[in-house]
Design a protein around this ligand. Structure first.
Ligand SMILES: C[S@@+](CC[C@H](N)C(=O)[O-])C[C@H]1O[C@@H](n2cnc3c(N)ncnc32)[C@H](O)[C@@H]1O
Length: 293
């Protein structure tokens, strides 16, 4: 149990003890479990970060040690649900509408017009926001596709996925607080969102109808087999937290999943420079992206 002091700090209540520090041995066990389940990697230097992020779960369950928590995660009857909660605690989920403008300009002004021409025969556009968190990136892409006016009468399939069921539920619900709007133009906010009266805003129905949200684990190679092929994959600020092998496998899977000439867009601070990859670097006017073929 926790309670609030006069100074506003939370303290552990009677009966709840602060769990002992995470030992080196248990750090390695938990780090490997998280890596195998998600690709998210904690180096030895990040041990304190992992401990800080998991501690609230350990103490909420009343455990006195991280070792007990590790056993619970591996063998407990609720291990599948607890793994989701553990991953939710360790995964960085920061996102907002119109994040990293240069990639979005390249999408709107370069990739979309090129694909509209290349695919004018079959009139099918497929875009995937992989690791979409609460959905701001996917709805941003939906706005840009709509505003381009290039795909009227086309079949437009906009998929968005994340490892965590909780963020996918939030994305489908489509309520957003102020922090999600930090870089959106006021006209778009006015046009696509309705205030709900409690400080949050509901995303407009036409955008919700455009995006198909679902859970998808990027390091589970079997799940890729059931996916269609895409023209553009956005996977921004996701593999930044992956270990090298998980990143390599995910990049290879993206390559298989793209149509010839398709694009992979990474976050502004990510690159494939250190990996041997089949992608070629495409120097677009507004951004550097990766292209198949
Ligand atoms: C920092 S957010 C990025 C959101 C968005 N792409 C953006 O750039 O604003 C990273 C997201 O990747 C998700 N993620 C982490 N590992 C994943 C995995 N193995 N498969 C799918 N999603 C994963 C996390 O749950 C989190 O929601």
């Amino acid at each position: 149990m926790t309670s609030l002091t006069d100074s506003g700090e939370f303290i552990l209540g009677l009966g709840a003890r602060r769990a002992a520090e995470m030992s080196e041995d248990i750090f390695l066990r938990l780090r490997d479990l998280i890596y195998d389940a998600s690709g998210i990697y904690f180096s030895a230097e990040s041990r304190a970060t992992l401990e800080r992020r998991l501690r609230p779960r350990v103490e909420a369950l009343g455990f006195e040690s991280f070792e007990q928590y590790d056993t619970h995660l591996r063998f407990g009857p609720a291990r599948h649900d607890e793994l989701q909660l553990a991953l939710d605690s360790v995964a960085v989920q920061e996102t907002y509408f119109f994040r990293e403008e240069s990639a979005l300009r390249a999408f709107r002004e370069e990739m979309l017009p090129e694909i509209a021409e290349r695919r004018s025969g079959e009139r099918l556009l497929r875009v995937w926001s992989a690791g979409c968190s609460t959905g701001e990136e996917a709805y941003t892409l939906a706005m840009l596709v709509l505003e381009s006016g290039l795909f009227e009468g086309w079949r437009v399939e906009l998929s968005a996925s994340d490892l965590l069921q909780r963020v996918i539920t939030e994305a489908r619900r489509g309520f957003y607080a102020e922090k999600s709007f930090r870089t959106i133009a006021p006209e778009r906010r006015e046009k696509y969102f309705t205030p709900r009266g409690d400080g949050t805003f509901l995303v407009a129905e036409p955008l919700r109808a455009m995006v198909d949200f679902g859970c998808f684990n990027l390091v589970d190679s079997r799940s890729f087999d059931a996916r269609p092929d895409f023209d553009i994959i956005f996977c921004r600020n996701v593999m930044l937290y992956f270990g090298t092998d998980a990143r390599r496998r995910t990049i290879a899977a993206f390559h298989r999943q793209l149509r010839e000439g398709g694009y992979l867009v990474l976050g502004a601070s990510e690159s494939l420079f250190t990996l041997d990859t089949p992608f070629r670097l495409a120097r677009l006017r507004h951004d550097l992206v990766y292209q198949k073929g």
